[in-house]
Design a protein around this ligand. Sequence first.
Ligand code: F6P
Length: 525
Amino acid sequence: MSLPSINPTKTETWKALEEHFQKIENLQMQDVFEKDSDRAERFKIEWQDFYLDYSKNRITDETISLLLKLAEEVELKEAIAQQFSGEKINETEDRAVLHTALRDFENMKPEVKTTLQKMKLFSEEIISGNHKGFTGKGITDIVNIGIGGSHLGPEMVVEALQFYKNHLKIHFIANIDGDDVSEKLKTLNPETTLFIIVSKSFTTQETIVNASFVRDWFLKNASKADIEKHFVAVSTNEKGAKDFGISEENIFPMQDWVGGRFSLWSSVGLSICCAVGFKNFEAMLKGAFGMDTHFKNEDFSKNIPIILALLSVWYNNFFKAESEAVVPYSQYLNKLVPYLQQAIMESNGKSIDLNGEKINYQTGTIVWGNVGSNSQHAYFQLLHQGTKLIPTDFIGFAEPLAGNTNNHNVLMANYLAQTEALWEGTHFKTVENPFKIFEGNKPTNSLLIKRLTPKNLGSLIAMYEHKLFVQGIIWNIFSYDQWGVELGKTVAKGTLNAIEKNNPEKIENTSTINLLKKVFGNKKD
Ligand code: F6P
């Protein structure tokens, strides 16, 4: 069965939304809010440890009811059911999309259970020091070698759960930049380091080149037989991993129905397991499953990912907002935005609809941001007084982890004050100096989570996964493929060939030829 394919702009609700937009586009919504004492109560959702306040948005009750109608008209319910049932909704790659099945412990597929068990046992051996390196010493450092989804998720989570971390030091080699690889290796001792090569395909150029370099570095001190104690792989491509020299028992399998950018829940999360222990990893999976259940079963009007997705469509397609920001008020979440950039922009950066037709409306939002309060001292000027409309998600935690209440009070005062200042501006004040006028009316969502636990982190990540899926359904695009990354890879292969063969003429574009000559010179001359 195929996903419903409905051009959103041809629906009745879209037209109604366009008309409604004309009416409220120029409204200073602060006045509406002031007169409506119940607004903050109506535009909020409470679920487990999550509290979403979306009242500071340029919406009325009519906006929300129209957006909810749009979701129905594009048959979102049907699409959600198809995804969870394992239909091959990633049609262009002929694959199901089942990262949610990795966290559904009650209905877990046997192969997923087996892999989880393998991850548990392995990580316990590493953490306890029972697993010995080639000179008999325990492992102190773990290096995840992988890129894209094989890097961003694990790194983001390891950082986010630093509070729960054990003694192991976790490093990430992703970039093909050799300088970075050398810097990382400088700090490592081959006797006590474990390398996890993570690549769903095991063909990704950066990962294979980096892993080969690291293996050569390791072999300067050790023998081929020692590889077994220091190199493991995570991949769907068992043959590729074996050809690289990884022994069969050191391969952690993953399934082709897990997309790279949704794979941190799979064996790709091995570095997470090692960093925080299997129990915390499992708690994160359970938190994600909780959000899956909420998303699948909750009424659309009380459904956090759906409401967030609809608001984002409202700004993207009606207000023509070009981007949205995400600002977590927690240093632990400083890698969240790069992670979301891949998840969201690789998924929804599409311009062809489900029928293969060119789209004439806006799709994928540009996502950017950084942690608060640092961001306030960097780009917030533009949010407050710039010409662009940038809807922003503010993520905060009610309780600090380390018990520093004083700092936490200041942090949260800023979290709360910024959404208020962005919304109200100087609207209710008389300000003569034009440079000191703040128009306000800047939309924000405030997501307040009780505490940054592994469980709540799992729910948070799953929330954004579902949000992007809903947007893809509304925009009538395939969110789960990524053909747009392929052309660059092919061209780079040709360019590398030209560099290695010292033959710039193999390249046709004169601009690129000139650049290439500047970088490498033309050794033929
Ligand atoms: O180039 C994009 C991409 O295919 C991502 O979707 C993926 O996460 C990344 O490359 C890494 O792929 P792999 O895990 O197969 O090495």
